[in-house]
Design a protein around this ligand. Structure first.
Ligand code: ZN
Ligand code: ZN
Length: 362
């Protein structure tokens, strides 16, 4: 399969949605959606897709890059003037064009609508449901990003020492991932130590690591646009108390239940419940206040969302999902263990392979 064919297939798939969306074209400007549809990686562009046209509008900085990266699209030279917006819409014929309601600001909406008599129809989602099903090449890219994360995470047992701050450990891990080839971080590295480990998305700060701390490390490398996401929880020192083991083994049992029993065809809620039931039965239901997981790809958090707070959807082969149960006890600390998985006909196949060795020997 050639490079171009993938983008032609994606264009066909998006055009097949027009009837459902009740539009006769769509304007795509969010970075991940336009990259997935066109291959273009620059910071500014809009795609205008109708049954007969596929236009990519971008400014002078990107004309050469767009021509090279997005040969399935016709380049429209756009210098961000009002007359360029008018000419862009005038290049196609349509009555109703969908736009990305979760990306376009109210200011941009007013500017675009003023440029054309075409009705702009806000759509809650466009290609996000299509992006859930990963191609073999996408899975390869995500696995490559996950492999870098694996190698860096495996260093934590050697790197984390009493006396260093959360920020110092986070920077060392970021540097390690860059040295291993990461283009950038998929998100800011999370290091949460001691009582801070009770905060699911703690931002690493000046707290000094101490013997006896639980330490949550949640991080991911990004490579060729694709992201990865993994969490491990550690104990600083050889003798954790009974509470640490109880909470650690509970989170692990919840994750194991999902990795063992989740199958394609189950819903997002059913899979979330596989973990949540284990934690609730142990009396810690109130201490698991977030969803079980999410898809990962060009975005760090993308569909599907395995959460009781989100709409129930089927989970099918080809998706990626994280499995990240957590137990957070205010004042004491917390444990989260996260594995990034590929959904296959057999079940959930982990893409992250770093072993779980919670004890940091000092
Ligand atoms: Zn994570
Ligand atoms: Zn995650």
């Amino acid at each position: 399969m050639t490079h171009n064919t993938i983008y032609q297939q994606r264009l066909t798939a998006v055009r097949q949605q027009f009837t459902t969306w009740q539009v006769d074209g769509v304007l795509i400007s969010s970075p991940s959606n336009r990259r997935w549809l066109s291959g273009f990686t620059g910071s500014n562009a809009s795609l205008l897709i109708t049954p007969n046209n596929a236009l990519l509008a971008t400014d002078f900085r990107y004309w050469e890059q767009a021509t090279a990266q997005a040969p399935d699209f016709t380049l429209f030279k756009h210098q961000r003037r009002a007359e360029d917006d008018e000419a862009f819409f005038a290049a196609i014929s349509a009555a109703n064009i969908g736009i990305e309601a979760n990306h376009v600001t109210l200011t941009e909406f007013d500017r675009l609508q003023a440029a054309t008599p075409i009705n702009l129809i806000p759509l809650a989602e466009t290609v996000e449901p299509l992006r859930q099903i990963k191609s073999a090449a996408e899975i390869e890219a995500i696995a490559a990003a996950a492999a870098i994360t694996d190698q860096a995470m495996a260093q934590v047992n050697n790197l984390a020492r009493p006396g260093m701050t959360e920020k110092e450990l986070a920077w060392t891990l970021e540097k390690t991932m860059r040295e291993l080839g990461a283009d950038e971080m998929a998100f800011t590295v999370i290091v949460a130590s001691g009582p801070n480990s009770a905060l699911p998305h703690h931002h690493p700060g000046e707290r000094v690591l101490q013997r006896g701390d639980a330490i949550i490390v949640d991080m991911g490398a990004q490579l060729h646009g694709y992201k990865s996401d993994m969490t491990r929880t550690f104990h600083l020192g050889s003798e954790p108390d009974a509470q640490f083991w109880a909470v650690y083994n509970l989170a692990l049992a919840a994750q194991t239940a999902v990795l063992t029993h989740a199958k394609p065809g189950m819903t997002t809620l059913t899979i979330d419940a596989l973990a949540r039931d284990v934690i609730t039965t142990a009396g810690h239901g109130d201490h698991f206040g977030h969803g079980l997981g999410h898809g990962v790809g060009l975005d760090i958090h993308e569909a599907p969302f395995l959460s009781p707070l989100r709409e129930e959807k089927p989970v099918v082969s080809g998706m990626t999902v994280t499995v990240e149960p957590g137990v957070y006890i205010p004042g004491w600390g917390g444990v989260r263990i996260e594995e990034l998985c590929h959904v296959t006909s057999a079940g959930l196949e982990p893409l992250s392979r770093c072993p779980k060795i919670p004890i940091i020997h000092l």
